[in-house]
Design a protein around this ligand. Structure first.
Ligand SMILES: [Zn+2]
Length: 202
């Protein structure tokens, strides 16, 4: 055993067929799914790395860079597997822009993961780190903000608002709205649109 191997733990799993195919094909679609380390060199890479294909038996798979680093591997200088602050921010930026635009559609974590090509777990974690809230929470906040606007500026019936902002039903709309604002949508509309003292005449 060479000196370079001292701190390496040989953790990680052997690649399955899909992962191995991604590594051999330098498939960037897998960059958000895993990192691969090479036991003989002590280096880990993104799946898309164009460095020479390692021997399969020397490859170990990690879910992300952190566990690979934790197992004693060093990031490849060519594909810079740990270097992704900007790509992550851009990635999350694309998702928040999509939600801002399409909040009324049924948006789930799985749907985002499918559209933005990442595992739901990874996407959830990165999104939360960058946006400060989970994807689902971001969707709900966007819907509530839009509902608030509609309650303040229109006299649309509740059912139409619930529908327009993407809550499937009025009871669900009321529940979520009250959870986040402390009032029901009707109370909000009443209190928000005119001074409180006028309320009694209604
Ligand atoms: Zn690399």
């Amino acid at each position: 055993m060479g000196v370079d191997n001292r701190n390496r733990t040989y953790a990680g799993d052997a690649p399955d067929e899909e992962q191995w195919t991604a590594i051999v094909g330098n498939d960037a679609a897998y960059n958000d799914r895993f990192r691969y380390a090479v036991m003989t060199t002590g280096i880990f890479c993104r799946p898309s790395c164009r460095s020479r294909a390692p021997k399969r038996e020397n490859v170990r798979i990690f879910a992300d860079s952190e566990p690979a680093l934790g197992a004693g591997y060093r990031p490849c200088k060519r594909c810079r597997p740990t270097d992704r602050k900007l790509p992550d921010a851009e990635w999350v930026g694309q998702m928040t822009a999509f939600i801002d635009r399409c909040y009324y559609e049924p948006i789930t974590l799985d749907r985002l993961a499918e559209l933005y090509r990442g595992s739901p777990y990874h996407l959830h974690r990165i999104f939360k780190r960058i946006a400060g809230v989970t994807p689902v929470e971001y969707v709900q906040r966007t819907r509530i903000a839009r509902a608030t606007e509609l309650l303040e500026t229109t006299s649309m019936p509740m059912a139409e608002i619930a529908d327009a902002v993407g809550f499937g039903s009025v009871p669900y709309f009321i529940t979520v709205f009250k959870q986040r604002t402390g009032t029901t949508p009707s109370e909000f509309r009443r209190l928000g649109r005119r001074p409180a003292y006028e309320e009694v005449s209604e």
